[in-house]
Design a protein around this ligand. Sequence first.
Ligand SMILES: N[C@@H](CCC(=O)N[C@@H](CS)C(=O)NCC(=O)O)C(=O)O
Length: 346
Amino acid sequence: MTSSTTSAPLLLSGNPGSPYTRKMVALLRYRRISYRLVNSSTGIPGLPQAKPPLLPTFYLPAADGSLQAVTDSTPLIRRFESEFAGRSVIPLDPALAFIDALLEDFGDEWLTKAMFHYRWSYAADIAKARHVLSAQGMPMQDDVQFEKIATYIADRQIPRLRYVGSNPVTAPVIEAGYLRVLKVLEDHFKRHPFVLGKRPGSGDFGLYGQLTQLAHFDPTPMALTVQHAPRVLGWVGLMEDLSGIEPNDADWLDASALPEGVHTLLCEVGRLYVPVMLANARALTAGETEVHAVVDGQPWVQQAFPYQGKCLSWLRRDYQALDANARATVDRALAGTGCEALFAAP
Ligand SMILES: N[C@@H](CCC(=O)N[C@@H](CS)C(=O)NCC(=O)O)C(=O)O
């Protein structure tokens, strides 16, 4: 551990309605990293603003002792791996670690489409979210103020559906995909407590973050989860606080003998996430603002998303960094899933 991080709890701001906040709080609990979470709406006066301002924002000590606003859960998880010892969420085997990172990005970048889509497309979900997020953003409001904030939140979020690619063309693909992912996980959890074995990896936290909302908050996807995937619902509850488990090195699955559930999940990654990530990267390279793809045999259209271009470049960099053995193991695990297209030579 570094001396700067042992002295005080990690400071972060976030909100329970933010899936990435939930991802990171659960990670900190599992890793037994002490933290101090402040409500993002209240904030702490005098702290720097992240650019862009995202939830969660961590305020981490720089070399000169000042606090820096840092966002983005994926690199933060890696940073905390080097700053805090033990209870790692990154598998020891680089091949398994790579698959874990891919699954984390699928949670962060695909499942979030389902989360945003259900929350801000259906009347019952909008009605719940606008009020509960208003209450969580600012406690102790009178009725007038409460409605005002609820309206502000919905008016701000609903137009943002276009950023994640939820629209009448893509809605059936997103919804069918959510159901299939639920069913794959439900079946996998019959035999394994976590996605990659008996201990959670960063991929579990990525999936969990989105599922805190899909399975445990928004009424439409929650009803689907109750009906089709009660084990997934139970798993989300357990993931929230894994401070009590004592993981060991033998708890990870063997990357060269992955069970059917991981293969089937990777097939969903290949079917849903891969075509969108590839089409997005192509659109960005061509300077186009709209992404067109075919996903699961159906048309897909959304705004180009530069951040997801960055996510793909990180995964490609990690793939290139694998040694020949690890890469061969990864290639065997991805063969036939559709994910291999992400790393094929252009
Ligand atoms: N890639 C970021 C995504 C964070 C993110 O998009 N957070 C959402 C809330 S869950 C956000 O702050 N959106 C902008 C806003 O609400 O103003 C991460 O992994 O932390």
